[in-house]
Write a protein that binds this ligand. Structure first.
Ligand SMILES: [Zn+2]
Length: 129
């Protein structure tokens, strides 16, 4: 039966807290909590920024185009990403920018190569946006 709108007494809440304290958690739950503490994304579906943050965790140590390892490195969506992996937000500052939720669809590029990569070579901008 739905109990929407009812409030538990403080005593009842304390009983629930005491009962749950120290309960064993599954390995899966512990992994999720650990990831959340480190600010990592565990959901399959993330948005533009989350997808890039997640891809950064798999970033290589040098630029995939020029090989530089002493420049600011970024992750860039691969231009051969399968179309079915592409997502687009419709609102906000990242609207119309394609992204993928799969970190494997990103390549590590230095800032300079990333700009050239996206400005000169993005073949899908007309298709997806
Ligand atoms: Zn580079």
């Amino acid at each position: 039966m739905a109990r929407k709108g009812t409030h538990l007494t403080e005593e009842h809440k304390a009983q629930i807290r005491a009962k749950l304290k120290g309960r064993p958690l599954s390995a899966e739950t512990r992994a999720k909590m650990s990831a959340a503490r480190r600010g990592r994304y565990t959901r399959d579906e993330v948005r533009y920024r989350g997808a890039h943050d997640r891809a950064r965790e798999h970033m290589a140590g040098s630029c995939g185009h020029c090989g530089a390892d002493d420049r600011r490195l970024t992750v860039s969506l691969r231009h051969d990403t399968p179309v079915e992996n592409l997502r687009v937000e419709t609102t906000g500052c990242n609207a119309r920018k394609p992204y993928s939720c799969d970190p494997a669809d990103y390549i590590t590029l230095c800032y300079s190569c990333h700009k050239l990569h996206d400005i000169r070579e993005a073949p899908w901008l007309a298709d997806v946006a």
